[in-house]
Design a binder for this molecule. Structure first.
Ligand SMILES: *Cc1c(COP(=O)(O)O)cnc(C)c1O
Length: 338
């Protein structure tokens, strides 16, 4: 392994054992349409089928399973899917979970987390405020904090996706991985390259507020401004004091590509009409990059459909080709195929 990463394939194999029977192996299905369109067999790893509707359950379960004995409860800050994963994992283990979120988090995501039995703290108007509250809970109430991406057990848990893909389809040459804080990409790249060193792993983010992309360019973690995006689960920073995911992405990713909101909008339509899959904007960024001609494939390829926890009224507007208002910008409606 690289000297910046204390993680090895063994940690990912151990995580796979821990997840057995709870975050079951998800289907890896072919997309005949995308395969013929891009000229190489194309596979979709359906993490939208996980019990919480997103892959984040893997990392959360592995982190909770590895807490020190006697831990009274866990806390995290989240914009949605990580909070859901932590709430589910804590309920499985019968311990307390407190999820800290800002006022900006949509009510549907808040309700989903409460429904899993977690306490929800709504604090301030940014991820930073939510993070400060979860830090306070660590110090004053002795809860253990679980980072959404910068935690070795979380990264190992997400890495089990890379294991599953390469173990069932050894011929895959390229993995397209949605990229935000980089826990997913780091774990998947570590696992995939351990099994098959020649595999290419490419991270894809939206072009506004891409924290990992900007940090890799700067050569160290940087802060970015947050923008509303169809790929909302790819928003947020990587942490100025990032310990693991930044260095792992720097050392393990072959490339990072950015896509626009219009390209994400079109790719959501493609995945829906051609493969009949309802998925968050954050999942289709790899397909968006291919459709936009920003990536060349060399052989069999897989992408990870990371989650399905989206606002259905926005999704309905997209698949019917209507305008979508995002913060201060409007994405002009486009019928599918136009
Ligand atoms: C968290 C998340 C990602 C990105 O994962 P990182 O580990 O933060 O890079 C991608 N898609 C969905 C749906 C997510 O919830």
């Amino acid at each position: 392994m690289t000297d910046t990463s204390p993680l090895t394939l063994d940690h990912i194999r151990a995580a796979a054992e821990t997840l057995l029977g709870i975050a079951d192996a998800t289907p890896l299905v072919p997309s005949p349409y995308l395969g013929s369109r891009f000229g190489h067999p194309f596979w979709l790893k359906l993490e939208n089928m996980q019990p919480i509707g997103a892959f984040k359950l893997r990392g959360a379960l592995n982190a909770v399973a590895n807490l020190p004995v006697g831990t009274r409860g866990v806390t995290c800050c989240s914009t949605g899917n990580h909070g859901r994963g932590v709430a589910y994992a804590a309920a499985e283990k019968g311990i307390r979970a407190v999820v800290c979120m800002s006022e900006l988090v949509p009510q549907a995501k808040v309700d989903g987390i409460r429904a899993l039995g977690a306490e929800v703290r709504i604090v301030g108007r940014s991820q930073d405020d939510a993070f400060a509250e979860s830090r306070r809970l660590v110090e004053q109430e002795g809860l253990a904090e679980i980072s959404p991406f910068d935690d070795p057990f979380v990264i190992a848990g997400q890495g089990t996706i890379g294991l599953e893909i390469l173990e069932s389809r050894a011929e895959i040459e390229t993995l397209l991985v949605p990229l935000s804080g980089g826990g997913l990409a780091a774990g998947v790249a570590l696992a995939a390259k351990a099994l098959k060193p020649s595999v290419r792993v490419i991270g894809i983010s939206m072009d506004r507020g891409a924290a990992m992309y900007e940090s890799l360019r700067a050569g160290h973690p940087v802060e970015v401004e947050e923008y509303a995006s169809l790929a909302d689960s790819l928003g947020g920073g990587i942490g100025i004091d990032n310990r693991l995911s930044y260095a792992m992405c720097r050392d393990l990713l072959d490339d990072v590509v950015l896509v626009t909101e219009e390209q994400i909008y079109r790719a959501m339509q493609t995945l829906y009409y051609e493969d009949r899959i309802v998925a968050e904007g954050g999942c289709v960024v790899g397909i968006a990059a291919l459709q936009a001609g920003k990536l060349e494939l060399t052989g069999p390829t897989a992408t990870i459909i990371t989650g399905r926890n989206l606002d259905m009224s926005v999704f309905t507007r997209i698949v019917t080709g209507q305008d979508v208002v995002l913060g201060d910008t409007t994405i002009k409606g486009m019928p599918y195929g136009a």
